[in-house]
Ligand binder design. Structure first.
Ligand SMILES: *Cc1c(COP(=O)(O)O)cnc(C)c1O
Length: 379
């Protein structure tokens, strides 16, 4: 099946008891057993729930994976992957990560004896010099948040496989519509489902997709034992959101392309970060591993201090100033004071997350209204 058909149908059959086309919201914590152990495969909703199961099958199908696991947030999903590790293990990851990922690595898992290397991955070969016998996981985010750097997933996977290291990719920014890391050699794909997959800014959820049966068993054990699993109502909302993922992504990419082109020559814009430009440092890799370039764009404002940046960020009428991304509505975000506040200034400066940086999540509104809004806000 092709992508759009999977987004609408994968994991979903008409309900056997009523014929309902939409998967019912099985709002139950527990399930009747005829005699102990004699049940229909559902015992307790922390571990299994039919609405969530349908969603997990659909999520797996979209990433060309065998298994899917839904979590109550993206961070819950990341937390589960990290719990595969033991004290003494080392992780290689990027130096331009989602702030919450950086926070859980440095403030939680560092305390459990896990060592993290935050490195520049623009050249995948950089990874090699940090590999040693304790390296158990490589964690990639691409495109990165917020400076839209591109990591060559396939090249990193070659290094990971040669050294028997797990490779996990946070695919939140691209969504499975634009990029499928498992096809490029990743072992685990992580999503903040909150963003493009849910798509309507009404659910917080995470997911892991993977192929290996043993790894799935280990992750399912963590999922059930630690319990960060989402409820049936949220699972239903995401199943509904997924049905238009391909249509929404097409519109995000088209609007993104037009807005990137408009901002590129705008006199108030200094730097612009969007992987679709041919002069983006890793444009060729983006072209190779992504099907299009998405609707996430970051800019720096020419000569603007924090006060002026705040003024611009607060003057939009169609874009909303808010954290998060990937919903149908356009959002504008000031990473330094919002999503990336938990990263120390010295680290932020190193990767260009400066006071005058704004990140746009281009929604699917009519392009004329979005361009007019940018024009007035940047005037
Ligand atoms: C939002 C986000 C996360 C965290 O997901 P939550 O659903 O907010 O817990 C992780 N990675 C990226 C790239 C994100 O944008």
């Amino acid at each position: 099946m092709k992508f759009g058909t999977k987004a609408i149908h994968a994991g979903q059959e008409p309900d056997p008891s009523t014929g309902a086309i939409m998967t019912p919201i099985y709002q139950t914590s527990t399930y009747w057993q005829k005699s102990p152990g004699d049940n229909k495969g559902f015992e307790y909703s922390r571990g299994t729930n039919p609405t969530r199961k349908a969603l997990e099958s659909c999520l797996a199908a979209l990433e060309n994976a065998k298994h899917g696991l839904a979590f109550s947030s993206g961070m819950g999903a990341t937390d589960a992957v990290m719990k595969l590790l033991s004290p003494g293990d080392e992780v290689i990851t990027g130096d331009d990560l989602y702030g919450g990922s950086y926070r859980i690595f440095t403030k939680i898992f560092s305390n459990y004896g896990i060592k993290f290397h935050f490195i520049n991955m623009n050249d995948a070969q950089n990874v090699k010099q940090y590999v040693n016998q304790n390296t158990k996981l490589i964690w990639i985010e691409t495109p990165t948040n917020p400076t839209m750097q591109i990591v060559d997933i396939e090249a990193v996977s070659v290094i990971a496989k040669a050294n028997n290291i797990l490779l996990a990719v946070d695919n939140t920014f691209a969504s499975p519509y634009l990029q499928n890391p498992i096809d490029l050699g990743a072992d685990i794909v992580m999503h903040s489902v909150t963003k493009y997959l849910g798509g309507h800014s009404d659910v917080v959820m995470g997911a892991l997709m993977l192929n290996d049966d043993d790894l799935y068993k280990r992750l399912w054990f963590i999922y059930n034992a630690c319990g960060a699993t989402p409820g049936p109502m949220d699972s239903f909302l995401v199943l509904r959101g997924l049905k238009t993922l391909h249509l929404r992504m097409k519109a995000h990419c088209e609007n993104g392309r037009q807005i990137a082109a408009y901002l590129k020559t705008h006199p108030k814009v200094d730097k612009i970060y969007w992987p679709g430009f041919t002069d983006h440092p890793n444009h060729d890799i983006a072209k190779k591993q992504m099907r299009d370039f998405g609707g996430m764009i970051s800019i720096t404002l020419k000569g603007a201090d924090l006060k002026e940046t705040f003024r611009v960020a607060s003057s939009f009428k169609v874009f909303s100033l808010a954290e998060s991304l990937g919903g149908v509505e356009s959002l504008i975000n000031h990473p330094v004071s919002m999503t990336h506040g938990s990263i120390p200034k010295a680290e932020r400066d190193k990767v260009g997350v400066t006071d005058n940086l704004l990140r746009l999540s281009v929604g699917v509104e009519d392009i004329e209204d979005l361009l007019d809004d940018l024009k007035q806000a940047l005037s």
